[in-house]
Design a protein around this ligand. Structure first.
Ligand code: IDP
Ligand code: MG
Length: 166
C-alpha cells in the first residue's frame, strides 16, 4: 500500500546548500513528491511538531534549531514523499537520529553534526511511522497543497483575505 511521509530539510541543510544533494539521495527511493513548499517556521508550529520531546533537556535548543534561529535563516523546505514503504525507505536513507551513530553514507551520517550546545543538527526530518506521518502532514500542509488525496477533507467556504499579483 502506498503511504506518505513528511520530509523536512532543516535550516542547517539549507544553510549548507545541501538541498540538491539530499534530493538526489532521496530520488534513489523512486518515491513521488506530492507536495513541497518553503516554510517560515513559527514558534507554534515548532512546538507542536516536537511536542513529544518537550521534557527533554535539549528541547529549547531544538525549537531554536527548527525555527532557524541557530542559522540566521528562518526557513525549512517541507515535502511529502509518497509510495510503497515510503516511511521506512526515507528513514533508512536519512540514517540514525544521532549523526555520530548514523551510518556514514546515510544523509545524517554524511552531513550531520552535534553542536557544542548539544543539539543534533542532522539536516533532515523524516516521519517515524504512519500515525506520526499523518499528524505531521496535517500540521505542515493544507489539503489543497497536496496533489493526491491523503486524508478525508471537507470543503468550507469563508471569506478569505489573500494577496494577488498587483
Ligand atoms: P528523529 O528526528 O530521528 O525522528 P526524534 O527523537 O524525533 O528523532 O528527535 C527529533 C530531533 O531532535 C532529532 O532529529 C534531533 O535533531 C533532535 N534530537 C533528538 N534526540 C536528541 C538528543 O539526544 N540530543 C540532541 N538532540 C536530539
Ligand atoms: Mg521523530
Amino acid at each position: 500500500m502506498k503511504e506518505p511521509t513528511l520530509v523536512l530539510i532543516k535550516p542547517d541543510g539549507l544553510v549548507k546548500s545541501l538541498t540538491g544533494n539530499i534530493l538526489t539521495r532521496l530520488s534513489e527511493t523512486k518515491l513521488e513528491i506530492v507536495a513541497a513548499k518553503m516554510v517560515s517556521v513559527s514558534d507554534e508550529l515548532a512546538r507542536e511538531h516536537y511536542k513529544h520531546l518537550k521534557d527533554k533537556p535539549f528541547y529549547d535548543e531544538l525549537i531554536k534549531y527548527i525555527k532557524g534561529e541557530l542559522h540566521a535563516r528562518r526557513k525549512v523546505l517541507a515535502m511529502i514523499y509518497y509510495g510503497e514503504g515510503a516511511i521506512e525507505k526515507v528513514r533508512q536513507l536519512a540514517g540514525a537520529t544521532n549523526p555520530e551513530e548514523a551510518d556514514s553514507i546515510s544523509i545524517r551520517g554524511q552531513y550531520g553534526r552535534i553542536t557544542t550546545s548539544g543539539v543534533y543538527e542532522n539536516a533532515i526530518h523524516a516521519s517515524t511511522n504512519l500515525k506520526e506521518a499523518k499528524r505531521e502532514i496535517k500540521l505542515w500542509f493544507k489539503p489543497d497543497e497536496i496533489i493526491v488525496d491523503l486524508y478525508p477533507a471537507k470543503t468550507i467556504s469563508h471569506e478569505v483575505r489573500e494577496k494577488e499579483w498587483a
